[in-house]
Design a protein around this ligand. Structure first.
Ligand SMILES: [Zn+2]
Length: 467
């Protein structure tokens, strides 16, 4: 190592999942090369960021976004979505496979990678889709670098039908053979479709009809069944956008039986309830729906004690024409989230005294990295790890305003919320990619592969770790 580095972040308070300490950090060639006492680094740097009075976190990873490319660029693309991400403090995203074409074979993984690398401002991972027809594509997709897989068990955006149980079990075996994780949109389709028909027939078009048509039991049943398959085959499994206390309890039951089961939740499930559907109407329509009061508190408690592994936004933008409708059945599910998640959790969890900053780091950085096999390349501040940082001003106040956001369709149910705490700088592999909520510089995002499949050598890092 020469004496010159790319970036020094000085005078900040570093926060990891298990420690909070003052340190200066140096990044060279995209990696942390020094973690030192404040003022002790004797290195030339191309750039110095003074983080005095700020908290320096491992880069926040949003493990669930829909950047809509290829095929649905009128809603979002990798340029606009990743600008929103870095503006909000996110250094890496995992993109969901329900694009057009769907990310269901090697060719489509490559297509998405090329499109994304032209314009991504943050790093990204790609998930492969599991459908009835593509069991032979699952292992090749792993070789092409997907971080894991997604399977839709219930009807949602894109109308991707679930594989039948025989094919699903075969897919579980293929995925187990490559050691990756498969995640589920967990809603029992038969329960939902029955209730949707019945409630529609009753003449209801109000927003709460959507909640009533997709009960927590539909989520619990799916989790129970995927746990059974995972237990039988030995596959690592994940539940996307967990919405209910009952679902978390069912995940715990399978963990107790030895299943490697992870899950995630987002700000809307944590901080909003079905009562908010009355005032927000179709803006809050999401699959699965927000739940009755009580579930959100249980999910926050799960993030605090680690039973919910990760915060993920399910950033799923649509146009206003698609989204807003007084008839809830005619409104589409999903809304923007990648730009607002950090400040919402700082406001309603950390600054509200419900979660420590260290617990937040576990849920926002380390948790998603460990879930998807990216740790310690991502999600850690240690020598050799990627120099990704989210720098936080815990006192900075603001108001969530769609008009100031950076995606193509920024509508979200938190419009007008006053927040305390936000990201003031976002750093990807040693490059500052956003300052004070504004993206800066050219797109530098790269696809990240899981550590175990040749993405990086974890061993080289562990031996030199300072903390
Ligand atoms: Zn989603």
């Amino acid at each position: 190592m020469s004496d010159s580095v790319d970036l020094i972040v000085k005078n900040g308070t570093v926060v990891t999942s298990d420690a909070t300490f003052k340190a200066d950090l140096a990044i060279k060639d995209g990696r942390f090369v020094a973690i030192a006492e404040p003022g002790s680094l004797n290195l030339d740097a191309n750039e110095v960021y003074d983080a005095a009075g700020k908290y320096v976190l491992p880069g926040v990873i949003d493990g669930h976004v829909h950047f809509r490319e290829p095929g649905l660029e009128y809603k979002e693309d990798f340029g606009s979505g990743s600008r929103a991400a870095v503006a909000g403090g996110v250094t890496m995203v995992l993109d969901m496979p329900n694009t057009k074409p769907a990310t269901d074979n090697v060719e489509h993984v490559e297509l998405k990678r090329k499109l994304a690398e032209e314009k991504a401002h943050c790093d990204f991972g790609i998930l492969g889709l599991v459908v009835q027809e593509n069991v032979a594509d699952l292992v090749p997709m792993a070789q092409a670098g997907v971080v894991g897989y997604k399977c839709f068990l219930g009807e949602t955006i894109g109308n991707i039908p679930a594989p039948d149980d025989g094919m699903l079990l075969e897919s579980f075996r293929e995925i187990a053979s490559v050691g990756l994780r498969v995640g589920f949109h967990a809603e029992n389709n038969e329960i939902m479709q029955h209730l949707i028909r019945k409630i529609k027939a009753s003449g209801r078009t109000d927003a709460l009809a959507h909640v009533d048509s997709r009960p927590a039991l539909a989520e619990v049943e799916s989790i129970q069944r995927m746990g059974l398959f995972a237990k039988h085959v030995g596959t690592k499994v994940h539940i996307f956008h967990l919405s209910s206390k009952d679902g978390l309890d069912m995940i715990d039951e399978w963990r107790a039986k030895g299943v490697d089961f992870t899950t995630e939740t987002g700000a809307h499930y944590a901080f909003l309830t079905s009562d908010d559907m009355r005032t927000l109407g179709s803006m809050l329509r999401m699959n699965p729906p927000v739940r009755e009061p009580g579930h959100g508190d249980a999910l926050v408690a799960g993030l605090v004690d680690g039973r919910v592994n990760a915060i993920a936004t399910d950033h799923s933008p649509h146009t206003k024409e698609e989204k807003l409708n007084d008839d809830i059945w005619k409104a589409i599910s999903g809304f923007a989230g990648v730009e607002t998640s950090v400040r919402l959790f700082l406001t309603y969890a950390v600054n509200a005294g419900r979660m420590t900053l260290q617990q937040y780091v576990r849920a926002s950085s380390e948790g998603p990295a460990k879930t998807w096999g990216l740790y310690p390349r991502k999600g850690a501040i240690r020598l050799g790890s990627d120099g990704d940082l989210t720098i936080i001003d815990l006192d900075k106040k603001g108001v969530i305003r769609e008009a100031e956001m950076h995606g193509k369709n920024n509508g979200n149910p938190f419009e007008g919320h006053e927040t305390t705490g936000m990201a003031v700088a976002t750093i990807v592999r040693g490059t500052v990619v956003a300052r004070d909520g504004e993206p800066v510089g050219d797109p530098i995002g790269r696809m990240v592969r899981p550590v175990a499949s040749g993405g990086d050598s974890a061993d080289a890092m562990v031996s030199t770790a300072a903390h």
